[in-house]
Design a protein around this ligand. Structure first.
Ligand SMILES: Nc1ncnc2c1ncn2[C@@H]1O[C@H](COP(=O)(O)OP(=O)(O)OP(=O)(O)O)[C@@H](O)[C@H]1O
Length: 587
């Protein structure tokens, strides 16, 4: 195959002559001067070629085609620094080549297109795209049509676009409608929109596999469709933590070339029923209170998080609880080992072999036997009890623009574990120090009141089984809501699937009532602090305090490749031999 695709000839770019070689994996062109001396070489991995067009073509800002006989244009991924220490911006690179004859031109086009097909098997051909027109700064539609759609068209991807008209429309569509023929699902929006896609795809996959999502002991079936995220939300934490930059063009290019990044997912259960899935944060105490408080100030826009964070910090709350956790294998990795989960992460690769032991193609989404825990002995649960400022569980670093290294800088995207962060009750200034360290590179875990554990599962309960008591203190309506929610959860248990999520009206009713029942924060004037906080699950308030969380290794796949280390990969406009040398050195 390799030799079939090989092609070599002189090509011209402008008035300079180049010796061009297609080896199958790489397309290189080296400038040669009049005395046949070789000068600078440019190299593009075939897997990163976006498209090959006849003539002299431009795509952005608008399509322009000069249909000449002897020219062809190659579009490819071009990297540039994002300005930060991690993450690279991807741009559409373009070089227009001239050939001495039309025959040679056609040969180049055919060879390059065949090489693309051979070396990029995961490139999508057909995508289902959901655009949230109200996410972030309400620019989802514009971002998709002006920046993303032209690139998809260039790459020959056909897309079925749905601009959502209500919350949960994307999730319901994925749970119920025919998805035949689609290679992936793309969301144009923020973390809330991603969560919809996540719930829809996981639910649909389990329905089709006949698996019950409620039972935390069940090993769920990985989703066959990839998820692409075009960031157009307010925080876009999932995109930031998996790509390293929040940039629609970079994300579109990752989708086009069919990058594949597995992602761990945490399922949250209460009383034998699934409550929600999470990828970034399941947080009790401070993070729950900030979300509950911010819900009351939606009119402030994104500023509400700063305001609520300040108010909650000043209210100086801590909560008692019992935390039990199932530690992950400490020999594989540790949350304090100062590593970063970057593109090609060796910890995630080793974990893939553990998670998918019976497949020759480790990590294959289509493995019939997925035995995350069955080969492991479960290990011993560890239990701690006390008063906490916050209890957080995250399956990824959860880095974002405000916290460049995230909640747990050494967390891995796809190792089948989560990081449990316990912040014990402490002096307000010490807690402020902990919070502040998230915005810098200082180690937030290097504080005497902070513990971090790499875990496979977590249970949280109130001391002495005080859940009912706690809710009574929150407000009179809460026990009624618990009744309703419990009835819903019972129904879910009987169905054994997420079909209930599609029963939107009922859910909406519960959510609205539940919001009014979340622990109130009446600021510094409040004399009696509530006994319980709420759980913040990827930006949604959970209706229960006592929960069980289980990490499912590599349950979904994103069109991404993890964060590329900007310091390791040379900042070049087009990849040269020097870039390749540095990449090899850094492996
Ligand atoms: N047409 C719509 N009308 C109202 N809400 C919608 C619509 N489409 C989607 N939603 C909901 O809007 C919520 C927020 O959207 P999204 O996550 O895209 O933006 P965001 O909240 O600004 O960003 P982030 O989640 O990153 O902070 C999602 O939970 C989604 O369910």
């Amino acid at each position: 195959m390799e030799t079939d695709l090989r092609l070599e000839s002189s090509l011209w770019v402008g008035n300079k002559r180049y010796l061009a070689v297609l080896t199958g994996w790489h397309f290189k062109w080296t400038e040669v001067d009049k005395k046949n001396r070789q000068k600078k070489t440019f190299s593009v991995p075939v897997a990163e070629v976006v498209g090959v067009e006849e003539g002299r073509v431009e795509i952005l800002p608008q399509k322009l085609v000069e249909d000449t006989d002897k020219d062809f244009t190659v579009f490819y991924v071009k990297r540039s620094s994002s300005g930060g220490s991690y993450g690279l911006l991807w741009r559409l690179g373009r070089t227009q080549f001239s050939c001495p004859s039309r025959v040679l031109r056609d040969q180049w086009i055919n060879h390059l297109r065949s090489a693309l097909k051979t070396h990029s098997p995961l490139r999508p051909h057909r995508l289902l795209v959901f655009v949230n027109p109200f996410g972030g700064k309400r620019k989802g539609r514009q971002i998709y049509h002006s920046l993303v759609a032209p690139l998809f068209e260039l790459a020959g991807i056909s897309s079925h676009v749905i601009v959502t008209e209500r919350a949960n429309q994307a999730r319901d569509h994925l749970l119920k409608k025919d998805l035949t023929g689609f290679d992936g699902v793309v969301c144009v929006g923020g973390d809330g929109m991603f969560s919809e896609i996540l719930h829809g795809l996981i639910g649909r996959t389990q329905q089709e596999a006949g698996l019950c999502e409620n039972d935390p002991a069940v090993t769920l079936q990985p989703c066959p469709l990839h998820i692409g995220i075009i960031p157009a939300g307010s925080t876009d934490c999932v995109c930031h933590a998996t790509v390293g930059v929040i940039d629609p063009v970079t994300s579109a290019l990752h989708i086009i070339i069919g990058d594949s990044q597995p992602l761990d997912v945490c399922s949250v259960h209460h009383a034998s029923a699934l409550v929600r899935y999470s990828v970034s944060l399941v947080g009790y105490g401070f993070y729950g209170d900030v979300l509950a408080e911010s819900e009351k100030h939606r009119w402030m826009g994104p500023l509400r998080y700063d305001y609520s964070g300040t108010m909650v910090y000043l209210s100086n709350r801590s909560y008692s609880g019992v935390v039990q956790y199932l530690p992950a294998d400490p020999l594989l990795s540790s949350p304090r080992d100062k590593t970063r989960c970057l593109s090609g992460c060796s910890v995630c690769s080793r974990s893939t072999e553990k998670l998918f032991p019976n497949t020759s193609d480790s990590g294959s989404l289509y493995s019939s036997h997925y035995s995350q825990f069955s080969t492991d002995s479960e290990g011993e649960w560890v239990s701690v009890e006390g008063r906490f400022r916050c209890v957080s569980l995250t399956c990824m670093s959860s880095s974002c623009a405000r916290s460049p290294l995230g909640l747990s800088p050494s967390a891995h995207l796809a190792d089948g574990t989560g990081d449990l962060i316990l912040v014990w009750d402490t002096h307000p200034l010490a807690f402020l120090k902990f919070l502040y360290r998230h915005t810098s590179t200082e180690d937030q875990f290097d504080l005497p009141f902070v513990e971090v554990h790499r875990v496979k599962a977590v249970r949280f309960s109130l001391p002495g089984g005080r859940e009912e008591e706690g809710h009574e203190e929150i407000g009179g309506s809460s026990s009624r809501i618990d009744e309703e929610e419990r009835a819903r959860v019972d129904a879910v248990s009987r169905n054994g699937s997420q079909q209930h999520l599609a029963e939107r009206d009922m859910r909406q009713e519960v959510t609205n009532e539940q919001k009014t029942a979340t622990p109130f924060l009446c600021g510094l004037c409040c004399k009696k602090a509530p006994a319980v906080s709420v759980w913040n699950c990827d930006g949604e308030i959970l209706p229960f305090t006592e929960i069980l969380c289980k990490i499912h290794g590599q349950l979904v796949r994103l069109y991404a490749r993890g964060i590329e280390d900007g310091a390791a990969i040379h900042n070049c406009t087009v990849e040269t031999d020097e870039c390749e040398r540095r990449r090899v050195l850094n492996k």
